[in-house]
Design a protein around this ligand. Structure first.
Ligand code: FBP
Length: 306
């Protein structure tokens, strides 16, 4: 049964067809957080994005694609997101067990380039063939190549929506013209969330923002309007506001592996600020399986009681 809260969230996407809404509902109605309007997603594209050893050596079970399907299912995640190869390796075996998000673009980190752009590595029809609920797509606002990515997601989102799929956008500011601290600056993360919303994303994924402000013009406004950004909860609230006043699902990424206390404190801040959930990759699959499931459950409990 679709809960009242899920129906309310679906009502924000009034332009979408029944298929897209049903697929959004599938993700919102699956796992331990089903029906709450909150989501915890397992993303495993790091093998492509960071390389296999950096991703899977800390817990070698993760070299096997089936491991991640089972982890996401057993932990009670709302969805599992991965590139074509990983999804193809388990979609039939685990058909119907968990909503899937096919990441349609990916980039590697073999060479350092100032202006990153991802390659298209899958199609909307792949997502349909594999029974996915959504397509996933990364944009790098601030990159000199961002224009191409914006145009690619325009076309892919149009096709995905016409074919009844949902659209999840990873919005990661990056590029030669941006400082390292700027990638997670509050003004930049808020801007990234707005761009993803304007590109038609149903679910927007950004990194937890810091209190740093990157752009001088933005800094003046944050100071003049006294926008509260001191605590993580305040910053998360601001980012959610930047994505259509909370009328888009905004979730935050887990980041590099860290201690349990630190990650739970971060999750509490995000949840207090109205985050719709988290997408936790390395902090889950790089831990031994039982520890990972325990941590994911604790993360879900924080969201469930927020
Ligand atoms: P993590 O929880 O491991 O950070 O995963 C979330 C994610 O968005 C992945 O989908 C992606 O591969 C990764 O972050 C990118 O991280 P980075 O920006 O550090 O390369």
């Amino acid at each position: 049964m679709t809960t009242k809260r899920v129906k309310e969230i679906l009502s924000w996407y009034s332009a979408d067809n029944a298929g897209t809404k049903a697929n959004l509902a599938r993700m919102l109605s699956h796992g331990r957080l089903a029906g709450t309007g909150k989501m915890v997603i397992l993303p495993v594209d790091q093998g492509f994005e960071h390389g296999p050893a950096r991703s899977f050596a800390p817990n070698p079970a993760g070299y096997d694609p089936r491991y991640h399907f089972e982890l996401a299912i057993d932990a009670g995640c709302n969805a599992y997101a991965a590139p074509l190869g990983f999804i193809e390796a388990g979609a039939a075996e685990f058909a119907g067990d968990i909503p899937l998000i096919l990441k349609l673009n990916n980039s590697d980190t073999l060479a350092k380039t100032g202006d990153p752009i991802s390659a298209l590595t899958g199609t909307v029809d792949d997502a349909l063939r594999l029974g996915c609920a959504a397509i996933g797509f990364t944009i790098y606002p601030g990159s000199g190549e961002a224009k191409h990515a914006y145009e690619q997601i325009r076309d892919l989102a149009e096709e995905a929506k016409a074919k009844g799929l949902a659209v999840v956008v990873w919005s990661y500011p990056r590029g030669g013209g941006m400082s390292k601290d700027g990638e997670t600056a509050i003004d930049v993360v808020g801007y990234a969330a707005q761009i993803a919303a304007q590109l038609g994303a149903h679910v927007i994924k950004v990194k937890p923002p810091t209190a740093f402000i990157e752009q001088a013009e933005a800094k003046k406004v944050y100071e003049k309007e006294k926008i509260p950004i001191k605590t993580l909860a305040e910053r998360a609230r601001h980012v959610v506001q930047c994505a259509f006043a909370g009328r888009r699902i905004v979730i935050f990424s887990g980041g590099a592996a860290k201690g349990k206390a630190e990650i739970l404190e971060e999750i509490r801040g995000l949840a207090d600020g109205g985050s719709f959930g988290s997408i936790v990759g390395r902090n889950s699959f790089q831990r031994p399986r039982t520890e990972a499931i325990e941590l994911l459950h604790e993360i879900m409990d924080v969201y469930a009681s927020a």
